[in-house]
Design a protein around this ligand. Structure first.
Ligand code: PEP
Length: 258
């Protein structure tokens, strides 16, 4: 059976000393566990080194929250995939709905970011998801299908095998409104089917599809127990060590119950 993945997306939160405290508390919590779950922490760029240092003494991996679509050069303020790799960052979130909405990132730009990451041996956590309006009008299938096709389906089979997908309904992110386990399962199964049609059954089975959107210690077990939910991308609840560890525990319980 597949183990689960739990990834924490800190977004633009925490000062340097708060980040230090949080990393320390999470490390302590994880060190007390015999982990089967793959735990990933994605702090803001300035705290990546602090996190990779702590990761050496603990059992989590460090991810970034964004990367440039360009390889290098005159792109003031940007951070390249090669820079991340040189800091021992092995994972990076791409296509988060906040970046799509506030920074107008397009599917085409995101395809380039995915390429940059894969070329540097960094695993993209590629986010897809619909707005409330799209869900209510039934446009969510086309929206999610299009996001996959436009940003991922140019990849070869051995490349997509190194991508993690996160289904994050925009209406559930940071709102306290979670998708029901049925809603999550239905979309995860749809994503897996799309992967199967394009890349075959084995690739579809092996690919990780995480759920993200107001996941918390109270709902994680039920969500992670869905057949096609391979874990979670956690925003708000990853900012409190106790809550994050409780979510990791839910993932562990699911794996043990399988
Ligand atoms: C996210 O931003 O990836 C996320 C899932 O946020 P939250 O858990 O706060 O809804």
């Amino acid at each position: 059976m597949k183990n689960k993945i739990v990834a924490g997306n800190w977004k633009m939160n925490k000062t340097f000393s708060e980040a230090d405290d949080l990393i320390y508390a999470i490390s302590e919590g994880l060190n007390d566990m015999e982990l089967e779950t793959d735990v990933i922490i994605c702090p803001p760029y300035p705290y990546l080194e602090m996190a990779t240092d702590a990761a050496e003494e603990s059992n989590f991996t460090v991810g970034a929250q964004n990367v440039s679509y360009a390889e290098k050069g005159a792109y003031t303020g940007e951070v390249s995939a090669a820079m991340l790799k040189s800091m021992d960052v092995d994972i990076c979130i791409v296509g988060h709905s906040e970046r799509r909405a506030y920074f107008k990132e397009t599917d085409e730009e995101l395809a380039k970011k995915v390429d940059q990451l894969l070329a540097n041996d960094i695993v993209p956590i590629f986010c897809v998801g619909e707005t409330l309006e799209e869900r209510e009008s039934g446009a969510h299938w086309d929206k999610i299908g299009g996001q996959l096709e436009n940003s991922l389906f140019h990849l070869k089979k051995d490349e997509i095998a190194n991508v993690i997908i996160a289904y994050e309904p925009v209406w559930a992110i940071g709102t306290g409104k979670t998708a029901t386990p049925q809603q999550a399962q239905e979309v995860h199964a749809f994503i897996r089917k799309k992967i199967e049609e394009k890349y075959g059954t084995e690739t579809a089975y092996n690919i990780y599809i995480l759920y993200g959107g107001s996941c918390n210690p109270g709902n994680a077990l039920e969500l992670f127990s869905c057949q096609d939910v391979d874990g979670g991308l956690i925003g708000g609840a990853s900012l409190k060590a106790e809550d994050f560890i409780a979510i990791v525990n839910a993932a562990e319980t699911c794996t043990k119950n399988d």
